[in-house]
Design a protein around this ligand. Structure first.
Ligand code: PBE
Length: 270
């Protein structure tokens, strides 16, 4: 209902995801910076799966809902959503996703390091893999299929790389849809040059610690400069940043486009 104030319609609640996510810390800052705490706005912790389920239900009933949203993610492909303007830039400007390795990987596993260093794709390409997985396909199968459909991309990452013979490569990741997509795709590219990838999902803090302590070789999950910034600053002297693997990610608050009067975070105070 567009005439009623938004707050009571959604119980002054922003539907969030898992507590460790950078977007949750960013949203707590938003609540502070925009003075939303005065109206008792609160951030609900859940999981990506629970959040997208609630979002789907609200959209089906054309109800108001405010969620923590980000792209690339299939929620923006599946639903008509818009980011709320963030005039204070509390979430920062555009984000890029970086590939991070342990110290010494380049020396120990140069072929793997080259493939990981070259790994770069677009938000549209990442979304294609996410949609396959969201449609029920096993991530490894989705990655294999996507690489078959994009031979030029695979060639760019692997051309001229010296093949190995079943050497191990240990990748860690957080089981967010975007990171499942990138991790499995780069793992399949590593398999093409002879590696046996071993993939392990974990929470954000142990993820960074696994690379910093050389328990794992590499990860593709660093949303910088903001979303994973806290961990990057904590561990930057103990890891190697191979640079951007995807340009133009974004995080913020999102609402369905039928919420015509709500266009800025400032509008939550109306
Ligand atoms: N995300 C997806 C993560 C990074 C990737 C936006 C949910 C976060 O830390 O918030």
């Amino acid at each position: 209902d567009d005439k009623k104030p938004l707050g009571p319609q959604v119980n002054y609640t922003i539907t969030g995801i898992d507590a460790g996510a950078g977007i949750m810390a960013g949203t707590q800052r938003v609540i502070k910076d925009y003075g939303l705490a005065k109206d008792n706005w609160q951030l609900q912790t859940s999981s990506t799966a629970a959040m997208t389920t609630q979002l789907g239900k609200a959209i089906k009933n054309k109800q108001a809902i405010v969620v923590t949203g980000w792209t690339p993610h299939w929620m923006f492909t599946k639903y008509n959503l818009k980011f709320l303007k963030d005039p204070k830039l509390t979430y920062g400007k555009a984000e890029n996703i970086h590939t991070i390795t342990r110290v010494g990987l380049k020396k120990d596993k140069p072929s793997a390091n080259t493939v990981l260093d070259r790994f770069y794709w677009t938000p549209a390409q990442m979304s294609q893999v996410m949609l396959k997985v969201n449609g029920g396909m096993e991530p490894r199968k989705a990655a294999q299929e996507w690489l078959k459909e994009h031979p030029a991309q695979l060639k760019k990452w692997t051309a001229g790389v010296k093949h190995v013979h079943g050497d191990s490569i240990h990748m860690t990741y957080v089981a967010w849809d975007s990171e499942i997509a990138s991790t499995y795709v780069v793992a399949e590219a590593l398999r093409k040059v002879g590696y046996k990838p071993n993939l392990q999902a974990m929470e954000m803090q142990p993820l960074w610690a696994s690379i910093a302590t050389s328990k794992a070789d590499a990860m593709t999950c660093a949303w910088l400069p903001n979303t994973s910034g806290r961990y990057f600053h904590m561990y930057r002297s103990k890891v190697v940043d191979l640079g951007v693997n995807l340009k133009g990610a974004q995080v913020g608050l999102a609402v369905p486009t039928y919420m015509k009067n709500i266009n800025s975070i400032e509008d939550l105070k109306k």
